[in-house]
Design a protein around this ligand. Sequence first.
Ligand code: ATP
Ligand code: PRP
Length: 213
Amino acid sequence: MTLTIALSKGRIFEETLPLLAAAGIVPAEAPESSRKLIIGTNRPDVKLVIVRASDVPTYVQYGAADLGIAGRDVLIEHGGAGLYQPLDLNIAKCKMMVAVENGFDYEAAVKHGARLKVATKYPQIAREHFAAKGVHVDIIKLYGSMELAPLVGLADAIVDLVSTGGTLKANNLVAVEHIIDISSRLVVNQAALKLKYDTIQPVLDAFAGAVQP
Ligand SMILES: Nc1ncnc2c1ncn2[C@@H]1O[C@H](COP(=O)(O)OP(=O)(O)OP(=O)(O)O)[C@@H](O)[C@H]1O
Ligand SMILES: O=P(O)(O)OC[C@H]1O[C@H](OP(=O)(O)OP(=O)(O)O)[C@H](O)[C@@H]1O
């Protein structure tokens, strides 16, 4: 049985390498230096497909990949249909936060009851967060560089990922609310888990044994 694993380039690929190694899987090349989207491994039965981080759940949901690794942010936005999520891998850790421009009185804006303009790549998470607080929001969907939005008057606040806080600081923004902690999870196609159990289960076990606390 062949095994196809969907990964995104960058931090998830880098942080997944030790987990793959624990399962005896070594990529034949690095996606950063290759234009190839299908990468072989030392195991003839295992290949990696390189996709956008936010596309990983889709590839796994439709069975184009058996396994994948995706951030909790991406999984919440996707909805998780058709996906088995057996393992938190504790990699690509960061926090989903609300941030505003330094000096913007967020508490007053929220209390005041006026609609808050919120720019984000994560509309589902943002909508749920503000709905739970009873704050009316207009969500402005962006695909990146959220930090710019409050600086040019596109939004009052952003909902974005924060790790070191360096990006917020460099753009004169401050975090005002923590929404959720984010890390990446292993996702498995539900049908593949049944059909390819003997191939997939040892990989799950190896990953579970290699997860760092
Ligand atoms: N600064 C960060 N520190 C740690 N983890 C992060 C950070 N930013 C994002 N992540 C996590 O890593 C995952 C992949 O992020 P990455 O930057 O590779 O893709 P992206 O640019 O967010 O996605 P896409 O390519 O789909 O737009 C995110 O979904 C998130 O869970
Ligand atoms: O708190 P920090 O350590 O500065 O990290 C936060 C930044 O990291 C993420 O961007 P990323 O590095 O993934 O850039 P991209 O969205 O352009 O891929 C996120 O969207 C923030 O902009």
